[in-house]
Design a protein around this ligand. Structure first.
Ligand SMILES: *Cc1c(COP(=O)(O)O)cnc(C)c1O
Length: 644
């Protein structure tokens, strides 16, 4: 499957990287243009998410003579800069090698303005407004209703979420520039979207929303996001997913781009052919972090969930690269185990599935202003519709499509208040859809919605609103083949929510959708185990920081997606016991060894997994970091190989 596509992405998400800002920071940090040659630049973790490919050549051209990179990018970095520039993965070697009269300095996150407001932030994170909708005072927004506006207002839905790096802890805390004003993120940030209360302002579908960028242009500073979340700015940018296009900007001109990626490809693990995964003992690690994917666990989970909801059918939701688990192996496993359709979220992901030969029904429901409805129709992808503009665009696309008839699933907003048609607009859009159907322009195949999982009472009220909306639509001539509303939580808990199909996501990956029950309680098995080898051990020297037992360094850091929320009480399993995480760096982390524990280089630390051997689960990490297990698994970055 092609990783990068030439068609525009269904939803626009861009990280603009100002090379002018990087050069200005370089000069001021180095102490002047003539001293730039003394600086060693630290471009680990893809230049802290800014794109090594864009940044390294610009810095080399500016006169930098030494570049520190992460191991997986050593060859790529050498190919990007001239042989005059020293490139290494060893900071000490570079600093020693660059010894001039003056002391060499290592410049890392500060080069990108991630540490200090006196510097210029280099990265501007932009996403697209997907919907603008009215919300009445007191109504809740997003999962758990953590925000309820005091007066009638308007919400803008922004098409970026924690799977792309808009960290979930920014929920109700971090500012966004949209519709000409700064507003807070409102309601829980979801995997691929979040809402903003426009508070009297206005915005249109397709408008730009700036999460952080240039404070001189009124845009939020990335340090505001860092302060609001307790996550270092370098960790926020380093975790930006490959699905966010990097664009280099000089002056106001775009000079280079990394292109768009729909489905990431992963680094291959050096030990991919080594004996079976799952060993917790002392074996030489692959040298770097790896995520082991248990296809067997996925099989069992999907079998279990499909049997729970039968005779309703199971749609396996595989958005965000199958929740970070690697798309195609999960798709095949899901379809072998009871799923009969797939939720792709976006049209381009659906097209990638068709390109990979997947013939089952596909559903895509999140569309930016430039979404390619025609391609979706021609490739037989069912389309969710949340607004009149989408319905009209689909009808137009159907008229010029070479084949197929658009299959529309009309979404009623029953209380989640992200997307979906408001109740007061429902009859109008249903009438129009029925009219278009009678004119042979589309097939109104389904009515659907999505629940807020706030409480049993709220979910029941939403289900009642759904029944009411469906009844009205039928009275207006709609002839639905399918009704669907439940995702993992409702599919498991409310038989009356199952209708014709349940859209299962997180539960299929073995993580509970509930706060009060674990995956294990539900009979599910976590699919991902995240592990990393020990690369150094420092024995305890009288009352060291490890509390008497020394410190081990493990080859996983925030550049791999390791959570690093200030003050979170996290631990990993090492040598059969839990070891507290002391410090999370970009490529490596340090953990405390209890006294008496013997650990050697090459031993494996389990960050999270099934819990069977005493390791934490992703659910536990989520609790420690004040987020959901979904963010743990989708946050594992591309450089971490997924190994089956
Ligand atoms: C993500 C998503 C799902 C799957 O939700 P889970 O809680 O992960 O099962 C279902 N429906 C919609 C509309 C979604 O966005």
């Amino acid at each position: 499957m092609p990783a990068a596509s030439s068609t525009p992405p269904s939803v626009r998400r861009v990280a603009e990287v100002s090379l002018d800002a990087v050069r200005a920071n370089l000069e001021s940090l180095a102490g002047g243009r003539d001293r730039v040659g003394d600086a060693v630049v630290d471009l680990r973790a893809d230049a802290y998410g800014h794109g090594l490919e864009l940044v390294a050549p610009a810095l080399a051209a500016a006169g930098v003579s030494a570049v520190l990179v992460s191991p997986e990018q050593l060859d790529a970095a050498r190919a990007l800069v001239s042989r005059r520039v020293a490139v290494d993965t060893d900071a000490a070697a570079l600093l020693a090698g660059s010894a001039h009269d003056r002391e060499a300095r290592m410049l890392g996150p500060e080069l990108f303005g991630l540490t200090d407001r006196a510097l210029r932030p280099a990265l501007r994170l932009v996403a697209e407004v997907l919907a603008v909708k009215a919300l009445a005072a007191g109504e809740g927004v997003s999962y758990g209703y953590t925000y309820r506006p005091e007066r009638d207002t308007t919400l803008a839905l922004i098409g970026i979420g924690y799977a792309h790096g808009a960290v979930r802890r920014a929920t109700n805390r971090a500012p966004v520039l949209v519709g000409g004003g700064r507003h807070l993120v409102r309601g829980a940030i979801s995997m691929d979207q979040f809402s903003v209360d426009l508070e009297g302002g206005d915005a249109s579908v397709g408008d730009e929303a700036v999460l952080f960028g240039d404070p001189d242009r009124g845009e939020p500073h990335v340090l505001e996001w860092a302060e609001a979340t307790g996550i270092p700015a370098a960790a926020i940018t380093a975790r930006l997913a490959p699905t966010v296009e990097r664009v280099a900007v000089e002056g106001s001109v775009e000079t280079a781009t990394t292109g768009t990626v729909t489905v990431p490809t992963y680094a291959t693990a050096p030990d991919a052919d080594a004996p079976a995964a799952g060993s917790l003992g002392r074996r030489p690690g692959p040298g770097r972090a790896a995520a082991r994917i248990s296809i067997d666990a996925l099989h069992r989970n999907v079998e279990r969930l499909s049997s729970i909801v039968a005779p309703a059918s199971t749609m396996l939701v595989v958005k965000s690269d199958a929740y970070g688990h690697d798309l195609m192996p999960c798709v095949h496993a899901g379809l072998e185990s009871g799923a009969t359709s797939l939720g792709a979220l976006e049209i381009d992901a659906g097209l990638a599935l068709r390109d990979a030969g997947i013939a089952v029904p596909l559903f895509a429901w999140m569309h930016g202003a430039r979404a390619d409805f025609r391609a979706a129709i021609e490739r037989d992808i069912d389309l969710g519709v949340s607004a009149a503009w989408q319905l009209e665009a689909i009808a137009r696309a159907g008229a010029i499509a070479d084949r197929g008839l658009a299959r529309v699933h009309l979404k009623i907003d029953t209380g989640l208040h992200r997307s979906g048609v408001n109740r007061e607009d429902w009859a109008t859009i249903v009438r129009r859809a029925v009219e278009l159907e009678r004119a042979g322009r589309l097939r109104l195949a389904a009515a659907w919605s999505h629940l807020s999982d706030t409480s049993a009472d709220e979910d029941r009220a939403s289900l009642a609103r759904f029944d009411d909306a469906v009844a009205e639509a039928r009275s207006l001539g709609a002839d639905f083949e399918l009704l669907h509303i439940g995702a993992s939580s409702a599919g498991i808990d409310y038989p009356e929510s199952r209708f014709d199909l349940v859209r299962f996501g997180i539960a299929a990956f073995g993580i509970s959708p509930f706060h009060d029950r674990s995956g294990r309680d539900l009979g599910l098995v976590p699919v991902m185990t995240l592990a990393a080898p020990v690369v150094a051990v420092d024995a305890a020297v009288g009352g060291g920081e490890g509390g008497g037992g020394g410190v081990a360094t493990i080859a996983i850091g925030y550049g791999d997606g390791m959570q690093c929320v200030a003050g979170a009480p996290t631990s990993v399993l090492l040598g059969g016991v839990r070891c507290a995480v002391l410090e999370v760096g970009v490529d490596a982390s340090r953990v405390a060894l209890p006294s008496g524990l013997q650990v050697a280089v090459g031993d494996e630390a389990i960050v999270f997994g099934t819990g069977d051997a005493g390791e934490p689960t992703a659910e536990q990490w989520a609790e420690w970091s004040d987020t959901v297990g979904d963010e743990l698994v989708t946050g594992v970055t591309r450089r971490v190989p997924r190994i089956r």
